[in-house]
Design a protein around this ligand. Structure first.
Ligand SMILES: Nc1ncnc2c1ncn2[C@@H]1O[C@H](COP(=O)(O)OP(=O)(O)O)[C@@H](O)[C@H]1O
Ligand SMILES: [Mg+2]
Length: 288
């Protein structure tokens, strides 16, 4: 289910003295199976934009087409749209509200009217997908660690079995281990064919996972293209209050010291390969 956004503008509190235009004139199309990273400084409009993709926010002007149909046209069920396009909010811990982890994950499928057996099967599958220990299911979500709560929130969306998964800063505030585990789960979901849209502050994560990157600045889409293209434009990124991934910056430092390494390195694996190549040339690789 391709998503097509045309000339989208969103103004909060329109007509009041405190009105804010959070998104202005944004257009793009996302095809099935893409993994898109959405980046931009705080307040650039990322959360506002993604909430339009499943009809949580209504455009002030412009359109959102899902499978070629304007989701705000008459006769379209937004409930159906949200079933196909799942959104995991920023700070999902604020949304965990049921008594047990099980009930929390089961909330979506129950709401869709599935049988108890189907709900159970979906909860179980969702737990597997996010690596959540089933022993936690009877527990209160409030007893869980930050990483576990994120998994519960993601599992709750996956239990709806959406075609598109949108995640707003899913790893913010987690330790590196928790972050890597959740991102690996998301990567696996993408590999099974799911379309993923990832909002993140972590450029290394976006560089490693996303093929395509969109950059927002003050509500305007200022870049939409391959990750390798945007992350090698250092000055452009800095001008948007962003920075290249650490691994890309490391390559730059090595080059400044005379190493003939590639500048468009986006992952630790690529950096490792480049460094080893150079060490071999220098004839020291055997020594390490
Ligand atoms: N519910 C809201 N009411 C009014 N203004 C809002 C609301 N949510 C966000 N904004 C404003 O819209 C702009 C974009 O915010 P947001 O979409 O949250 O950006 P980001 O997710 O990139 O940090 C900001 O100026 C923010 O203050
Ligand atoms: Mg946000």
């Amino acid at each position: 289910m391709p998503i097509e956004v045309s000339n989208l503008t969103h103004t909060y509190m329109k007509g009041t003295t405190s009105e804010v235009t959070a998104i202005s004139g944004v257009s793009f199309r996302i095809e099935d199976g893409e993994f898109v990273g959405l980046i931009g400084a705080t307040g650039s409009g990322k959360s506002t934009l993604i909430q339009h993709l499943n009809g949580l926010l209504r455009p002030t002007s412009g359109t959102v087409l899902v499978d070629g149909v304007d989701i705000w046209s008459k006769g379209v069920s937004l409930k159906q749209i949200r079933r196909k396009i799942g959104l995991v909010f920023q700070y999902p811990e604020q949304q965990v509200f049921e008594e047990t982890v099980y009930d929390d994950i089961a909330f979506g499928p129950r709401n869709l009217g599935f049988s108890q057996a189907e709900v159970e099967a979906r909860v179980e599958k969702a737990c597997e997908l996010v690596g959540l220990d089933k022993e936690l299911l009877p527990r209160s979500p409030f007893e869980l660690s930050g990483g576990q709560v994120r998994r519960v929130a993601i599992a709750g969306i996956l239990a709806i079995q959406p075609k598109v998964l949108i995640l707003d800063e899913p790893t913010a505030g987690l330790d590196p281990k928790g972050r890597m585990e959740i991102l690996d789960n998301i990567k696996q979901l993408h590999e099974t064919g799911m379309t993923v849209i990832l909002v993140s502050h972590n450029m290394d994560d976006v560089a490693r996972l996303c093929e395509r990157v969109m950059v927002l600045e003050k509500g305007t889409l200022v870049f939409d293209g391959p990750a390798r293209e945007v992350f090698t434009q250092r000055e452009f990124l800095y001008s948007k209050q962003l920075r290249p991934p650490e691994v890309t910056l490391l390559m730059e430092k090595l080059r400044q010291r005379g190493w003939a390494v590639r500048q468009d390195v986006l992952t630790v694996e690529e950096a490792y390969a480049e460094i080893m190549k150079e060490l071999r040339k220098k004839g020291v690789a055997g020594a390490i």
